[in-house]
Design a protein around this ligand. Structure first.
Ligand code: AMP
Length: 194
């Protein structure tokens, strides 16, 4: 299995690039944000629980996210690999993911971070709020909280993968196709290395 993490702050372009990567590498896409939005739309208890956190731009508690990812992996059947998008967002989530994948003997090959300046993120999120009707992009204070939660809780995840020698970064500003090529170069390097 080729298991990868696309990492970066809200608005970095993870969703856009994941869509291209799943096609090129025949991967299954696990976006925890998308899964929560689906639960929310369907009005499930998990969706209702997550909504309170999402509306404020806070993280849903680790165990809730981990259980949802575990279920999703188990129900994915026979797959060739997974791209994780928006997960892991905390160290306990990264550790839990390692354990889940160890049981499949299919560890993460590489985490690729999309690096985007903060001002550009604010512009993109405000833009996305208009285009995609995402309530958590619409309020400036929620955007600010999501960026600040990213710094206080999520940035550490990049260091975790650096420590495990499974880290690469790509500039996330510029043409979508060029960014995509740069991500593919990093993924291909990691596939050759192991
Ligand atoms: P996203 O679409 O990835 O920006 O996620 C939207 C919202 O869903 C986040 O602001 C969190 O409230 C919640 N969420 C998504 N993924 C996670 C995660 N891995 N851990 C905790 N909360 C998450």
């Amino acid at each position: 299995m080729i298991n990868l993490i696309l990492f970066g702050p809200p608005g970095a372009g993870k969703g856009t690039q994941s869509a291209k990567l799943i096609e090129k590498y025949s991967l299954t896409h696990i976006s925890t944000g998308d899964l929560f939005r689906k639960h929310l739309k369907e009005g499930t208890p998990l969706g209702k629980l997550a909504q309170g956190y999402m509306d404020k731009g806070n993280l849903v508690p680790d165990q809730v996210v981990i259980d949802m990812v575990d279920d999703k992996i188990k129900s994915s059947g026979n797959i060739t690999g997974i791209i994780f998008d928006g997960f892991p967002r905390t160290i306990p989530q990264a550790e839990a993911l390692d354990k889940l994948l160890a049981s499949k003997q299919a560890p993460i090959k590489v985490l690729v971070e999309l690096v985007v300046p903060e001002e550009e993120l604010r512009t993109r999120l405000a833009d996305r709020a208009r285009k995609e009707n995402r309530p958590d992009d619409a309020k400036p204070e929620v955007i600010e909280n999501r960026i600040s939660v990213y710094k206080s809780e999520t940035v550490a995840v990049a260091q975790y993968y650096k420590d495990h020698k499974k880290y690469a970064s790509v500039i996330g500003v510029g043409k979508i196709d060029e960014i995509f090529e740069n991500i593919c170069t990093e993924i291909d390097k990691s596939l050759l290395a192991k």
